[in-house]
Each structure stands twice: as C-alpha cells, then as structure tokens.
Design a protein. Sequence first.
Length: 246
Amino acid sequence: MKRIKKTCVVLWKIWVVFLAALFALFIGVFWAFPLAFSNKSFPLAYKGMRVWAMLVFYGSGFRLEVENKPKQGINQPSIISSNHYSPFDILVMLILHKQHPIVFVGKEELVKIPIIGKFYQKVSITVDRSSLKSRGHVFKSAKEKIKLGNSIVIFPEGGISDDRSLVLQRFKDGAFAIAISAKVPLVLYSIKGLKEMFPESWTEGYPGKVKVKLVDVIPTENLSLADKENLKQGCYEKLYNDLILD
C-alpha cells in the first residue's frame, strides 16, 4: 500500500514539473521573456509570470485561502517576506500580488539552468550568499528596483531547511536592512501547509488547501539601520507565533 502511495506521489510530482515546464515554454517564450528585458515592459512580463503561477498552482490541485488581506492591496513598493518551506512559496507570492510587479531575490546558481536561467536573471536579483560583494550588489539593485515601482520578495530564512522539524530558521539581515534603507514598508506573510503538501522529497506530498495570512505591514520611515536587529527580531517573533497557532 505504501509503495502504491509513493508511486502516486511521484506521478503527481512529475505532472507538476510537466505543467511548470509546459507553461514556462509557451508563456515564457511568447509572452514574458520578450518583455523582460526592458524596465518599461516589465509590468507586462510580470502579468505573464502571474498567469504561469496560477496555471501551475491550481493545475497541480492546490487551493489558496488568504486571511487578513487588505481590501485595496499593498498599494506601494514594499519588501515582502514570509516563511520558506517549499518552491511553491514563489508561486503563492506571484498570485497574491497583482498591483505592483515583484522581483525575487534568489540563488545565483539558478542562472546556470539552460534558457530558463537567462530569464530568471532578468526578472530577479541573484545573490551568492558566500560573497560579500554579491550581497552588496543585492542591496544596491533592490533599491534601484524599488525606485522603479517594484516590490522585492526576500525570504529572510535564506533558503529551505533540510530539517523539516524546524518551525522557522534564523533570519538573515537583508530584508530588514533594505526596507529601512529604502524607507518602504515590510510586508510579512505566513504560509501554512506547503511544508507537508509539497516538500522537496519526490515521494512525499499531496494537493490541498494552502493557507496564507498577512501577519503585519510594518512602516520603516522613522527607523534607522540601528533599529535593524529589533525589526528583524520582532518580525521573527510575529511570524513564529503565527505559524505555531495551527
């Protein structure tokens, strides 16, 4: 019985990968990719990215339940952060935000993926976390993107932990330093369900309802970099406490 269940999970995940690749090919090549090379046309490219995310997310059997979402949305460029349990967290962020194009801060090694890597490089800010120079580049690039009207998504844990018993990893400084420096709000979400429903293991997971909650929107206009640690710790505690409620 367990073998049959694992086989079904593997087949389902193959279906998810097939969907992601198929829609990336058609939407990426004919819509998003040609528009991603210009700051003026990036909002149109972003619409293609959102369509791709919705097709893959809902086509994989997931549903989205959003709690405490502002009626008017987040109507200005922001730093957007959440917990990071699964690759599907990226799709959730794309689905949630339609008012402002969002730019992800992500791993530099993904640029090496054939074809997709070039597109990824254009629509995100890449970082080599082992390089101080690369982290400085992220800080500068993020502020430039914000000036153009974009919001920046930074998962402050820095990546998906191999230890799935952890509720929340320690936060990195980047999201909080950029928010304070750029004087933009820090938008904090919790994402629940994807740790169990779509882990990185090929033999575990299932489709279902993903719960997202807007935990807080924190203004930073009156903060300085001396407040960074307090902001980071406060966000960690708010997110941790919300995640352990269920």
